[in-house]
Design a protein around this ligand. Sequence first.
Ligand code: GLA
Length: 398
Amino acid sequence: MTTKSTDLADALAEHRRLSAQRLEGSGELRVFFAPGRVNLMGAHLDYNGGPVMPTAIDRGTLIFARVRSDREVHLASALEEGEFHGSVDDLPSSASGAWFDYPLGVLRHRSQEGELAHGLDLFFGGNLPIGAGLSSSASICVGTAYALQGLGNGRIDLEACIASALWAEREFVGVHCGIMDPYAVGLARPNHLLWVDCKDGQVDHVPIDSDRLTIAVADSGVRRELAGSAFNDRVDQCARAFALLGDGVSGASCLRDVPREVVDAQRTRLGEDIWKRACHVTDEVERTLMARAALDGGDFAAFGRAMTASHDSLRDQFEVSIPELDFLVETAVAWPGVLGSRLTGAGFGGCIVILMETRACPGFAAHLNASYRSRFGRDSDVQFFQGDRGPRELQDQA
Ligand code: GLA
C-alpha cells in the first residue's frame, strides 16, 4: 500500500517520535488504534437499506492523545499537511476541506452531546492508505470517538462511537454515506465477516475458515475524493429511484424493498441511468442474501462467484468502476484458487478485494503486480489481510 510504513509496529515507533516533535505540550500520550475495512458483499446497499458483509483489516489509524489543562484543541497528522489549532469552546461549525474535518466533526458531535469538557492534543497516523476505499475516514472518526472515551476512562460505548462517526461524515463533512463503514470499523471480529442488515441495523458475525481462505486487497493507486463527488450522485440517484418506485410497493421503506419486476415495469419512467442503478441494488440484495447462505453452508466457491458478479454489476449497472479496477479483477479471478473479486468501497478508484484459497497465495501478488505494471505502467501493491478485533488502546506499546 502507499503508506511509508506498512507494519503497525513500525508506524507506531515512527509516529511516536513525530508526535513528540509536533505536539508542543507535555504529559503522557496514550495511543489508540482503529482498523480499516473491506466490504466483500453488499456494494452500495447500506444507504438503500440492504444487507452488507464487510470485515475489519489489521491496518488502520493510530491516535496519540492527551487531555490538556487548558481549553485548546490541537490536531496534527503524520500523513497529511496542515494542523488545526482552536478552542473547545469555539469549534468550527462547518468543514473546511482539510483532513482534520473528520476528527473535528467527531469533536463537535461530542461537544454538542455535552461530552467534551476539556482541551485536547491529538496526533494521527497509522498504516492505512487514505482515499483507497478501505475506509480511512470511518477509521479516523471511530478512532477519534474511541480515544475521547478512552481518555475519559469511562465505559467504552461503541454505539456512541459509531453515532459520532456517522454524524461527522454526514453532517459535518457532507458525505451521504450509509452505516456500513463505522459499523465494520467498530464491530467486526477476526475470522468473521460482519453481517449488517442496514434496514434495521441488525448485526451478526459470520465465521469464515481463515486457515483455508485468505482475503487479499490490491490497490489500483487511483485516488478519488468521496465528498461532493460521484458518490453523493449515486446516493441521490437511488433516492430518486425509490421516490418513483416506492409508492407502488406496499410497505416499502427503502429501495431494498422494491422487487426487480417493479423496477423493470417502470424502466421508461425511471430513465436509463436511474433504471440501471435500481437494477444493481435489487440484484445485489439477492446476490448478498445468496452469498450469506453460501457462506453458512460452506460453499465458498458460490460466495466468490457472487463477489465477481457484484463487480460486473458495479461496472455495468452502477457504473462506479474504472478500467484499472476491471483489469485487476479480471486478472485476479483468472489465477487458479481465486474464488472471487470485486472493487471495494465506493469505487471510482481505490482497491479491489479478492477471496482466495490460502494455498493459492504464493506467486499471486507478483503476478498481479507484473500484469498491472505491463498494462498501466505502475504498481499495484497487494496485501493479504488478517481480520481485526476493532478499536482499542495499545497499552503495551504506549
Ligand atoms: C463508501 C461509503 C459506504 C458504502 C460504500 C459502498 O465506502 O462510505 O457507506 O456506501 O461506499 O458500498
